[in-house]
Design a protein around this ligand. Structure first.
Ligand code: SRM
Ligand code: SF4
Length: 562
């Protein structure tokens, strides 16, 4: 018996290449929301419909509809913008969004929160016409923002991976004119359009691509459907290892869903990247499940059809044969906070931004500080996949001035610990409709607690990769952390332990549904044991496995719930 396709499949097919009734929806001033079909369609244009959850009860009491607003996610392959673009991004946040913030995401771009429907078109138009930025395909069942190892001007190789991520991003953009037509008042295209890669069914689910330059795994390859890992010989990129089928989302209590590490299909030469990328995407388009959205990502396609079947199909479609994987090593994945000098003798300053949230905080006016920097900066800004920012390509003559401005607004703070730099959370409440517990708003105080525990056990200079997600979808990549907290209910989390420093191991559940006090007391005991029982240079994630605190290492999807 054929199973009924998920209703989102109908919405995509009937949408006339993502137009649907969006124009009518925008013009309907009786509500701040869209019809449910269009709520799905706006994602392909880079928007999510939300409502501020802190204000739900008050609105209900006043018998008002929820205070609907929209999240807009920009398309910035490799996360790069110029200072002129930054000034426009900042101005638009100020003038046209309720939140007023710029939020750097875990995928190297930025989001605005709190755009009311009446302001949507202005935001799209200001972004495009003043900053030359769009939000096409940053969400929806398509290839999302393509990410790459940050600090790209540190070497020619960095430049090469950045250029590749831009090329991949362009290649998977839609041919349809819908975005321009709807949001930019562009010309209507009347003839039937074609989408050679996506057809009118698009992909079964979201699709993510990363380009990594070892030894840095700052893009966290095991969160992406498709990864190209540069293989370097004699300081040249000879080609890429192709890692397919990673992903972190799961559903509490549903053992058929799990985070999964990607499979290394093997090595390809650099000239074959686009063919292979397209073959992987179209194989997922044709083999991926379209019945259950919880089982539609590439990782489940590999599990259902078998890794070899998927790989052979890719070889056939791309006209290549994968060679044995090339040798590489990841040694780190955090950002290199502080100054580094590039090959062009320019300086790059990576600044830590807690939770990626750029706002003027008490004593830390980050947002206006960045405006001051943008007004004098001659290089670029580069967002990182760890929610930080690189002020890139600063000439020697400007270095002291930029440093002074960054210190004045708190972008450089010598008091920030390694522990804080290695801690990350997803957005979660109040904007995320899927949030079960706090994440971004909980992280700063939890980090204080963990810093306190490290000091209590006389290892204040040590640090542990700590990440929180407000639900099991995994946006803060907790399932690749040494300590990963996954929201279960308000104030309650599942505690996962045993990921590694470089992001190649999935942690395992140690305690279920615990409150914040229990989290701290549990970590107190475990950090205490780590401090006294560890071997030389043994990281926390390795220690909990060797000490038998976590019984098994997760090496394959099937081990996850074991
Ligand atoms: Fe995510 C859904 C925020 C990176 C897995 N994610 C959402 C939504 C849009 C909620 C929704 O569907 O209504 C969240 C909006 C919250 C808000 O108010 O801003 C949201 N995800 C984010 C961001 C902003 C988190 C952050 O703190 O930076 C990241 C934006 C990335 C970007 O710029 O494109 C973000 N999301 C991730 C990652 C990490 C990554 O890609 O490296 C993951 C895990 C990796 C993966 O995809 O497997 C991730 N987000 C999800 C999922 C689960 C997907 C799955 O396969 O099950 C959902 C829910 C869904 O798709 O149904 C989701
Ligand atoms: Fe929202 Fe869950 Fe993603 Fe956090 S992990 S942003 S709570 S969907």
């Amino acid at each position: 018996m054929t199973q009924k396709l998920h209703d989102n499949e109908r919405i995509k097919i009937q949408s006339n290449f993502l137009r649907g009734n969006l124009v009518e929806g925008i013009n309907d001033t009786t509500t701040g929301s869209f019809h449910p079909d269009e709520v799905q369609l706006v994602k392909f244009h880079g928007l999510y419909q939300q409502d501020n959850r802190d204000r739900r009860a008050e609105r209900k009491q006043q018998k008002l509809e929820p205070l609907y607003s929209f999240l807009l996610r920009a398309r910035l392959p490799g996360g790069v913008v110029t200072p002129e673009q930054w000034l426009e991004i900042d101005r638009i946040a100020e003038e046209l969004t309720d939140a007023g913030s710029i939020r750097i995401t875990t995928r190297q771009t930025f989001q605005y929160h709190g755009i009311f429907k009446r302001n949507l078109k202005s935001v799209f138009q200001e972004l495009k016409f003043k900053a030359n930025i769009d939000s096409i395909f940053t969400a929806g069942d398509v290839n999302r923002n393509t990410i790459c190892t940050s600090n790209p001007e540190q070497s020619e190789l960095h430049t090469e991976v950045y250029e590749l991520s831009k090329k991949i991003s362009e290649h998977f953009l839609p041919k349809s004119n819908a975005y321009a037509e709807i949001w930019l008042d562009g010309e209507k295209v009347l003839e039937t359009e074609e989408e050679p890669i996506y057809h009118n069914i698009f992909l079964p689910r979201k699709f993510k691509i990363a380009v990594a330059l070892p030894p840095y795994n700052d893009v966290d390859i095991h969160a992406n459907d498709l990864n190209f890992i540069a293989i370097i010989e004699n300081n040249k990129i000879t080609g890429y290892n192709v890692v397919v089928g990673a992903g972190l989302g799961m559903t509490h209590g549903d053992k058929t869903t799990f985070p999964r590490l990607g499979d290394d299909f093997g090595f390809i030469t650099a000239d074959k990247v686009m063919e292979v990328a397209e073959a992987v995407v179209t194989t997922q388009r044709d083999l991926g499940g379209r019945v259950s959205r919880s089982h539609a990502r590439t990782k489940y396609t590999l599990e259902t059809h078998g890794i070899e079947t998927f790989k052979k199909e890719v070889e056939k479609r791309a006209g290549i044969t994968f060679a044995a994987p090339g040798a590489y090593e990841f040694t780190e994945r955090g950002d290199r906070i502080g100054w580094v000098k590039g090959i062009d003798n320019k300086w790059h300053l990576t600044v830590f931004i807690e939770n990626g949230r750029i706002l003027d905080f008490d004593g830390k006016p980050l947002k206006s500080g960045l405006v001051k920097i943008a007004k004098v900066h001659q290089g670029t800004f580069r967002m990182t996949a760890n929610q930080n920012l690189v002020i890139a390509s600063v000439p020697e003559s400007e270095k002291d001035h930029i440093e002074k401005l960054a210190r004045e607004c708190g972008l450089i703070d010598d008091g920030t610990s390694e522990q804080r730099i290695d801690s990350m959370a997803c957005v979660s409440l109040p904007t995320c409709p899927l949030a079960m517990a706090e994440a971004e708003r909980y992280l700063p105080s939890l980090t204080d607690d963990v810093e306190g525990l490290l000091a209590k056990h006389n290892i204040a200079k040590d640090h542990i990769i700590l990440r929180i997600t407000g639900c099991p979808n995994g946006c803060g990549r907790a399932m690749l952390a040494e300590i990963g907290l996954v929201g279960k209910a308000p104030g309650r989390y599942n505690l996962h332990l045993g990921g590694d420093r470089i992001g190649t191991r999935i942690p395992k559940m140690y305690a279920e549904n615990i409150d914040e006090t229990t989290i701290v007391s549990t970590l107190d005991e475990l950090i205490g044991r780590w401090a006294t029982e560890r071997t030389e240079n043994e990281d926390f994630g390795d220690f909990v496995i060797r000490a038998g605190i976590i019984a098994e290492v997760v090496v394959a999807a099937r081990d996850f719930h074991a």
